[in-house]
Each structure stands twice: as structure tokens, then as C-alpha cells.
Design a protein around this ligand. Structure first.
Ligand code: SF4
Length: 359
């Protein structure tokens, strides 16, 4: 089987039961959009993210009310919870005490305002709580901005490694790092340089990637470049869209790269002047009916006999259309020939039958 470059060798972490690092599969993260203190709504959204395939969830913790909600959320969530904290060491300590699986905080911010980095390092070590250092283009240290003139890959990497040394000084190394930028080229180069210069696991993200379509393309492009060369241990697709969509896109990126077992995959042609069926309608009907299928299934929907039989034969299930009819293939063999208006329902019926037999 053709595979990508081997994973970059990293230190290993445990975010709750989820292993993070080169010994473990790349995991998908997202972040809730509810007010964290609203425990019911936050847990409801976490449940939706879990169902969509999210491995680890992050919740913002900007207030004491949010910090107070963390024990209940950490206890009741089905997936590990990371508390996202800026500046306030007391919330970091509260999150660690609350049983959060990890904390995202930059020690540089802590050091600047109230130097409790050593206290945090000790508490995190005592509780086995890893910490993510997240360097973002938008909040880069002014000192580095002045040094580099703008947010460059080198500036992001220097900032991240400096942050990591603040914990390393206290003998705390249970750290993963992100260096996010909205520009894919800067982001990819920053991660490449960071990967060369440390062995911490890396969390990939294109920050402020934008609305659904643009954010999906940018994240897939940047993550594809990095993951295909073995760089990246967790990913978060940032979209200006409901977080469930982030998880779907993240899962699809990993599936496309063979880094997560495939579920439903529709192999469909773009249609052209030779098409003898309405490919778009057929694909939309099959996709809508089979969305969320939990078993691996490749369905080929092809518009004519040029590539149709070949692709349909290679898939678990497929149709090659022509002359107002569709030849239905299952595991490489023609099992039925149906009139055009029956193609969609026959494919769906066969897909569900295969899925049931697979379960
Ligand atoms: Fe065109 Fe047929 Fe190819 Fe579809 S399978 S793109 S209809 S040639």
C-alpha cells in the first residue's frame, strides 16, 4: 500500500485517554462556542462534537464562572476537555484541579503579569496535565515583532521555543505546541522549522481560516502539506461555522490522507458532455441518504461508460450509467441493471445492505 512519509518522532503525551505524539494516531480537535459556564449547553455541544468524530474538545475559560463550571464539564464530557486560558494563573490552577485533560496557556503571558510559571508547572506535573503552548500571529510578542519587522515563520518559532523554555526551566516538558497563522505559506514554513528544532508534539491550525469554503480549502492545503511529510499530531480546522463542521472537515482531511480509517467515500465524476444521467442529482441523493454511515464504504457514481465500469468495479458499490439504465456493481460484479429513475434508490438500498452485513 502507498503511504505518506513516516511520522516525525516526538515526545508522547496523554490528553486524558487520548495519546498525542508520533506513537499515536493524529487526532481531531475542536472548540465549543457556548459560554462555558452554561454547563448544559456546553455539554450538549460536546456531545454533538463527539458524535461527529471529535477526539478532544477545548473550552474557553475567560471568567471565574467558567472556571467554576470546569469540574462538571470535565467529569461529564465523553471526550477529554482542554481549558483555554489567557493570562490568569488562578484559572489555570483551577482547570488542573478540575480534572481537565490539558490546558492551553502561554507561560509568557503568565510570567509577564504574575509570575506563577513554576507553580503551574508543579501543579501540572503533579496532576499529569499536559499544556499546549499556542503562538498566534495576532498575539505575537511585540519584542519579536520589533526584531523581525513582521510575523515571519522564524518569529513564530522563536516565540514558541522561548515559551517552551519557560516550562523547561521548571523541568516541565509535557508540552505540545502550535504556531498558527492565517497565511498557509507562513504557517507551513513555521511548522517545518519548528519540527526541525524540537521534539514536542505539534498541534496544527490555520488560524482565522475564514468562512466554511475558504477555511476548508486553506486548512486542507496546509495540513496536507505538513501531514504528508509526517508533521502534525493533532489538528484543528478553524472555521467561521458551527464547530461540528470543523470536525467533519478535520476527519475528512485525515481520511483523505489515509491517517484515519475511511467511512463513506463517494467517488463521483464531475460529469461532462458525455454524461447520460444527471450526475449531480444522483450524487446529492446518495450522499444525503448515506451521510453519517459508520462503516467503510466506497461508492462510485459515474455518468457514462467511459470510466464508469472501471471505477464502479473498483469500488465496494457503484453504478455505470448509459442508455437510460444503470449497471449496479457490488464488489466488482454487476448485480443488477436498473432503469435510470431507480439508480439512486438501488444504490442506497445496496449500500445499507452492505453496511448491515459489515456491522
Ligand atoms: Fe464525462 Fe463519463 Fe467521465 Fe463522467 S465518467 S466525466 S460523464 S466521461
Amino acid at each position: 500500500m502507498t503511504t505518506l512519509a513516516p511520522r516525525r518522532q516526538t515526545r508522547q503525551l496523554k490528553v486524558g485517554p487520548v495519546g498525542v505524539g508520533s506513537d499515536f494516531p493524529v487526532s481531531v480537535q475542536s472548540m465549543t462556542t457556548t459560554v462555558t459556564a452554561d454547563v448544559d449547553r456546553t455539554l450538549q455541544q460536546i456531545a454533538e462534537l463527539t458524535t461527529a468524530g471529535c477526539d478532544i474538545v477545548r473550552v474557553a475559560c475567560p471568567s471565574q464562572d467558567d472556571a467554576d463550571a470546569l469540574p462538571q464539564i470535565a467529569r461529564k464530557s465523553q471526550i477529554p476537555v482542554i481549558a483555554d486560558i489567557h493570562f490568569q494563573p488562578k484559572y489555570v490552577l483551577a482547570a488542573i484541579e478540575a480534572g481537565c485533560a490539558a490546558v492551553r496557556v502561554n507561560p509568557g503571558n503568565i510570567k509577564k503579569f504574575d509570575d506563577k510559571v513554576g507553580v503551574i508547572a508543579r501543579a501540572a506535573r503533579d496532576h499529569g496535565t499536559p499544556i499546549r503552548i499556542g503562538v498566534n500571529a495576532g498575539s505575537l510578542d511585540p519584542r519579536l515583532l520589533a526584531k523581525y519587522g513582521r510575523v515571519t515563520p522564524e518569529a513564530l518559532v522563536e516565540s514558541a521555543l522561548w515559551e517552551a523554555t519557560l516550562f523547561a526551566e521548571h523541568d516541565f516538558h509535557d508540552v505540545k505546541i502550535s504556531v498558527k497563522h492565517h497565511d498557509c505559506v507562513v504557517m507551513v514554513e513555521a511548522y517545518r522549522q519548528l519540527a526541525e528544532q524540537c521534539d514536542y508534539p505539534l498541534h496544527l491550525g490555520v488560524t482565522e481560516a475564514g468562512p466554511m469554503f475558504q477555511g476548508t480549502v486553506k486548512s486542507a492545503t496546509a495540513f496536507g502539506a505538513l501531514l504528508s511529510s509526517g508533521i502534525g499530531d493533532t489538528i484543528r480546522v478553524s472555521l467561521s461555522a458551527p464547530p461540528v463542521e470543523e470536525v467533519k472537515v478535520g476527519s475528512q482531511i485525515l481520511e483523505s490522507l489515509g491517517l484515519r480509517p475511511r467511512k463513506l467515500e463517494i467517488v463521483s465524476c464531475p460529469s461532462c458532455g458525455r454524461a447520460q444521467v444527471d450526475v449531480y442529482r444522483l450524487v446529492a441523493e446518495v450522499q444525503a441518504a448515506l451521510d453519517g454511515l459508520e462503516v467503510p464504504l466506497r461508492v462510485a457514481v459515474m455518468g457514462c461508460v467511459v470510466n464508469g465500469p472501471g471505477e464502479a468495479r473498483e469500488a465496494d458499490l457503484g453504478v455505470a450509467s448509459g442508455n437510460g439504465k444503470g449497471q449496479i456493481f457490488v464488489k466488482g460484479r454487476v448485480v443488477r441493471t436498473v432503469p435510470e429513475h431507480k439508480i439512486a434508490e438501488t444504490l442506497i438500498e445496496e449500500a445499507l445492505r452492505i453496511a448491515e452485513a459489515t456491522c
